[in-house]
Design a protein around this ligand. Sequence first.
Ligand code: MN
Length: 310
Amino acid sequence: MTEKTTVAAPTETTSVGMLRPVERIITAQRQTEGGGFVVRRPFPTAAADQFDPFLLLDEMGPAEYGPGEAIGAPDHPHRGFETVTYMLEGAVEHRDSTGAVGVIRPGAVQWMTAGSGVIHSEMPTEDIRRRGGRSHGFQIWVNLPAAAKMTPPRYQGFEADEFTRAELPNGGTLRVLAGDVAGHVGPVETTIPITYAHATLQPGDVVEWDAADGETALVHVFDGVARINDVDAVSGQLIVLERSSGSVRVAAPGDAADVLLLGGRPIGEPIARYGPFVMNTRSEIIDAIDDFNAGRLGTIPPAGTGVQRD
Ligand code: MN
């Protein structure tokens, strides 16, 4: 996007008070992971390993897969955190060792609390694998505090029409998956306070996000140009706000823009991280590997025997 119109910057005085300063801008490049998986990953990288309590943000696609090209993540374990998948295009079939089976379709979210451990597979549906198609979605990893790391696994699935949706004055929309944005409260039950929302802004639309004092606040721009407080960010840029008090104002200064808002209370505990396991200590990681190798994280039941949860 090389051309944009300019609108007057909003003033600093609003009903929600001060704006919190932008601390950092991270530019993520689209890259192809092994096997042909197109992702944009603002973190973790060498420059930023996490934004407590968020451990990972992956934008999967958008990609156009031909027949036989779409790939996913076959059976693999997780322990100690939550994986959250939000699809915009395409469809991912989930199966896990608790017996849950579900298809995550456009606009739907799967909030999986791995807790003490699950094995799951995340694959494009058979139709997309066979015939190809577009795919675009997000996966975030949300850490759990020590007290909740070994909680029983839990799976929450929501269809597109189950989210809190607000129409913005200029034709944009705000979808709140979890937490509270401008008085709109999402339906997901989170273990620690988390805000997760998707705003599609038309020119002139503004979302005022009164992020809680001291909490992590991130804005991932994934289409167009968005103005976060007084900073313009293009698609692929993650804006990291200071963990101070004050709100976050997200606007579209030119054409339409799409952003994710991510907020959460920092956990502030040590992190021991090894692939799909995120614990507090190295010995807990070794336990997780031992438990996985010994089959104690379970197995995925054969097709046709799972519990439909979509
Ligand atoms: Mn996974």
